[in-house]
Each structure stands twice: as structure tokens, then as C-alpha cells.
Design a protein around this ligand. Structure first.
Ligand code: SF4
Length: 368
């Protein structure tokens, strides 16, 4: 009987082995299938030509191979590809592929449909939360781009995916179990084989799960969307702050950096005149003092939902200089895919406009 809720890419290597045993297939069949999925990037059982047709048909009758398909795609002048992907239940998510001149290539994946955090500047935040993605739906976003790159190589461009970031739709640490399960198979030598240090989780600051992440053996990178140096301002920009304020979040970040031996990245979207004054720079430097960290400044993208001032290049450099002068590691991140609406949730919002903003603010009790 078909299992409509699971896909083959939802299974870990051990689960796949057990599944094959239950079908009476020899153990080497699961290794062949892993090879087809994670190294040959096949998208249908028909392509697994060294697996007997009868076995392929039996597997297909129980479990589809992948859990998503591409329904819309935009390519930026800078090579960034933004994809709208439809899940088996008809819901849609976004993912992005970003090739760089230095030969690196980063894929950005979603972890949830919608997002429970509700940041006012983010298109995804205005959609509300629909559901968590399964491990397979997360892995499939990476496999989709790996296949795309294999079928359509970029002339003189990167030949493989070197980095993965959880910076798409959703709060990855609010879907911890499935995100971690996806990371394990993306990292596994008989899975995608991507090094843990090339994987970054970006969070709005779910403190209990930052503490949990610090204890994991795989040392993935952590990026925290900070955007403000005071609780008063951050409560407005990142509503999760009402539940996990800076006094709780920053010590957890410090501990993560100490336990993992890895430098934390603080993402700071610059809303000109709103969070980039001299006072904000001083507060920021003071609050992050003593944390092994790096601050990434990102120019705000003006969206229909959040009509803030977009900083000029000079505004960005002036704010960066203040932080650097106070001893901080700080860079300005070049926004990618600006001409195609590269911000998270913008492609989906264009195709499926979200309902009007709720009149009541986000209830912190409902936050993760
Ligand atoms: S910025 Fe991130 S955490 Fe905030 S609403 Fe958007 S997806 Fe969620």
C-alpha cells in the first residue's frame, strides 16, 4: 500500500536498509539506490537502471522517490536562481541557488511552509505558519539543484554545490528534529557527503535549540538574525525576541561559540535611520563584546509589507566603519538576486499573494 506521507528521501541509510530487507532485496540494493539518489541525482525510479524493474515497481508503489517539483523559476543577472517548489500536498516553498565567481556555490533551503516568527520586513513572515517540512522535503531542495547543475552546467562556473544554508522560508530550529535528520543525511558519506562546516543554520534565536545544537557532534555553522542591539527595537523587528530576549539569546550564542569552537555570524539587516545610528553601533559593539563572532551587514530590501529606507552603499560603509573602529569583525554582504526579488518569500508572494496583515500583533505565546 502506498505511503502517501513519506518519500524515499525521507529515509535515512539505516531506514532504507531495513525497508529493502522487508522487501526481501539484498543489502547491496540499498547502497545502489543511495548512489542513484545522492551521487547521480536521479528524479525517477526509471533512471535506476541497475535495480531490477520489478523491485523498482514495488518500491514506487509504496513510496514516491521525491517530495517536490519545480513550478516556477527566476534567474538573476548575477546567476542566482530562485525556485518555487510544490510539495505533494500542493503547498509551495522557495529555495535558491547562488553560484559565486570564486567557484563556490551555495544552496539556500526552506525548513517550513510559511514561518511562525512573523518578522514584519519578511514576505514569508506575513504568510503565517502552515507546517514543518519533512527531512526528505529539505534534502530534496538540495538534490533538485544538484540535478539541475548536472543537467545544465554553468560554463566556467562551479561544478558542484559547496555550501548549504538554512535561510529560506521558516525557522529551522522550530523544526529541529527534521532539520537535523536532513543534515545527517546531507553530511553522510553514503548520502550527499557535504561537510558539516559547509552547512549553516540561520535562526531568529530559539534559545533552547541553540543550546541543544551546541551539544551535537556535527559542528554546523550558526547564524543569528539579530537586526537590533536593544530589546525595545528587536521586539518589533523579530517578534521572537519577546519570548527569548537578548539577555537570554546572547549568552546562549556565547556558549555555542565556546562549546563548538566556531565563530557565530550575526546577521544585521540595516534599515536606514531605524537601526544604524551611532547609538545603535555603540550598543551593538557593547552587547557582542566577548563573543567569538562576526557581523554581517545586509542592506534592507524595501518590500510591499515593510517600507523602510534602503541604505545607500555609503550608509552601509559608514555603519560598518563605526563597528570596525570599535574592534568588531564586520563585513557587508552583497545581496544576491535583487533583480528577481531575492528576499525570502518574495517569489511565492508574487504568485500567491498573502492575505492582508493581521490587525493583532504576533502573540508571543504561540512562538517556538
Ligand atoms: S525573517 Fe526568517 S524568521 Fe523572520 S519571518 Fe522571515 S523566515 Fe521567519
Amino acid at each position: 500500500m502506498a505511503d502517501n506521507n513519506r518519500f524515499l528521501t525521507d529515509l535515512s541509510a539505516n531506514e532504507l536498509r531495513t525497508f529493502m530487507e522487508e522487501l526481501g532485496a539484498p543489502a547491496y540494493r540499498s547502497r545502489q539506490i543511495l548512489q542513484w539518489i545522492y551521487h547521480d541525482f536521479v528524479w525517477s525510479y526509471d533512471e535506476m537502471v541497475n535495480v531490477p524493474r520489478g523491485l523498482r515497481d514495488r518500491i514506487a508503489a509504496i513510496m514516491p522517490l521525491h517530495g517536490l517539483k519545480m513550478v516556477n523559476e527566476l534567474t538573476s543577472r548575477d546567476g542566482t536562481v530562485k525556485s518555487l517548489l510544490e510539495l505533494a500536498d500542493g503547498k509551495t516553498i522557495e529555495a535558491a541557488f547562488m553560484p559565486y565567481d570564486n567557484g563556490h556555490c551555495t544552496v539556500c533551503v526552506s525548513s517550513q511552509v510559511g514561518c511562525p516568527i512573523g518578522c514584519p520586513f519578511c514576505a514569508t513572515g506575513q504568510m503565517g505558519f502552515e507546517r514543518n517540512l519533512t527531512p526528505g522535503e529539505i534534502v530534496d531542495q538540495l538534490l533538485y539543484y544538484a540535478r539541475r547543475l548536472k543537467l545544465t552546467p554553468i560554463p566556467n562556473g562551479p561544478g558542484f554545490i559547496s555550501n548549504l544554508v538554512f535561510m529560506g522560508m521558516g525557522e529551522p530550529l522550530a523544526n529541529y528534529k527534521n532539520v537535523w535528520s536532513a543534515i545527517e543525511r546531507i553530511n553522510a558519506p553514503d548520502g550527499f557527503g557535504l561537510g558539516a562546516r559547509n552547512i549553516t543554520i540561520s535562526t531568529a534565536g530559539v534559545v533552547p535549540q541553540i543550546n541543544q545544537l551546541a551539544k551535537e557532534t556535527l559542528q554546523v555553522g550558526l547564524a543569528v538574525s539579530l537586526h537590533a542591539p536593544t530589546d525595545v527595537l528587536r521586539d518589533k523587528l523579530v517578534p521572537l525576541n519577546q519570548k527569548h530576549p537578548l539577555g537570554e539569546l546572547l549568552p546562549a550564542c556565547k556558549e555555542y561559540a565556546e562549546l563548538s569552537g566556531r565563530r557565530i555570524t550575526f546577521e544585521y539587516i540595516v534599515f536606514h535611520g531605524y537601526n544604524d545610528t551611532d547609538r545603535h553601533a555603540r550598543y551593538l559593539a557593547k552587547r557582542l563584546a566577548g563573543i567569538n563572532c562576526h557581523v554581517n551587514l545586509i542592506a534592507a530590501n524595501r518590500t510591499e509589507m515593510f517600507r523602510s529606507e534602503t541604505p545607500t552603499g555609503l550608509d552601509m560603509m559608514a555603519f560598518q566603519k563605526q563597528l570596525v573602529d570599535m574592534g568588531m569583525n564586520c563585513t557587508i554582504r552583497n545581496s544576491r538576486g535583487v533583480d528577481i526579488g531575492g528576499g525570502c518569500g518574495q517569489l511565492r508572494s508574487r504568485i500567491f499573494p498573502p492575505p492582508p496583515l493581521p490587525e493583532t500583533p504576533v502573540n508571543p505565546q504561540t512562538l517556538p
